[in-house]
Design a protein around this ligand. Structure first.
Ligand SMILES: [Zn+2]
Ligand SMILES: [Zn+2]
Length: 241
């Protein structure tokens, strides 16, 4: 490979790392600020834990940035991936359907890798870092050991080679991923009770569901949806954060 291409790939990976890191700091910072307004003192005494959450999260940003940067370079320079920019390249119904497909596929990958990481030996090595947040805060969204970060970092860069998605729909997926990753760890429920306790809420994961995972460990493994937890008998219902 030409040195110029290698340099461009490294620059792309660095740029992606900066974007993921800044996106984390801005989004987690925003929700931490909102938490301080609506739940004053909610993170009292957690300064040391929050510093560690930020440190692990920024390390994760580098691990997310590498595959994302390589794929972004390939998309721009080599026409890799099935990301498309012409909104009419596929039927319009595919725009929302592709978002749902990405969320369902990511959720499936997450459920099974997450269950794997709760096997005792794997847990100690790869997942204890994430559960060291007791209770988690808005800064814990990317607080992962590098092995866990790697399992998360490869998902979207792999899916863009397999499932066609409009570039704006991909933006929606990444926004949902960022916001839910943060709000599920924030320690209080953002969504209205009428939704969380509804029939639809029975299939969706918000803070009330993931908080229970952090309290009880061996249940509620899902990311966005509860169907895998329901199917596999690992859903223990909601906590009341
Ligand atoms: Zn968590
Ligand atoms: Zn876990």
């Amino acid at each position: 490979m030409a040195a110029a291409s290698l340099f461009a790939i490294c620059a792309s990976a660095l740029a992606m790392t900066a974007i993921v890191g800044l996106r984390y700091l801005a989004a987690s910072g925003l929700f931490a600020w909102i938490t301080a307004r609506v739940r004053p003192g909610h993170y009292a005494g957690l300064d040391r834990q929050i510093r560690q959450e930020i440190g692990w999260s920024l390390l994760s940003a580098g691990i997310y940035g590498l595959p994302a940067g390589v794929v972004a370079w390939g998309w721009r320079e080599r026409g890799w991936t099935r990301i498309y920019a012409d909104v009419h390249a596929y039927p319009l119904w595919w725009l929302p359907a592709s978002v749902l497909a990405y969320l369902l596929l990511h959720d499936t990958w997450f459920y099974w890798t997450h269950r794997w990481m709760h096997a005792p030996r794997v847990f100690r090595i790869a997942h204890a870092v994430h559960h060291a947040s007791r209770p988690p805060t808005a800064w814990a969204a990317m607080s992962f050991h590098p092995i866990e970060a790697l399992t998360g970092a490869v998902v979207i860069p792999a899916l863009v080679f397999l499932v066609p998605i409009h570039v704006a729909a991909l933006g929606v997926v990444l926004t949902i991923m960022t916001v839910m990753g943060i709000t599920n760890h924030m320690g209080w429920e953002l969504f209205p009770r009428a939704l969380v306790h509804s029939r639809l809420g029975n299939w969706l994961i918000t803070a009330s569901h993931h908080q229970r995972h952090h309290e009880s460990y061996r249940c509620n493994y899902g990311l966005y949806f509860r169907h895998w937890d329901h199917l596999c008998g690992t859903d223990r219902g909601l906590s009341s954060p």
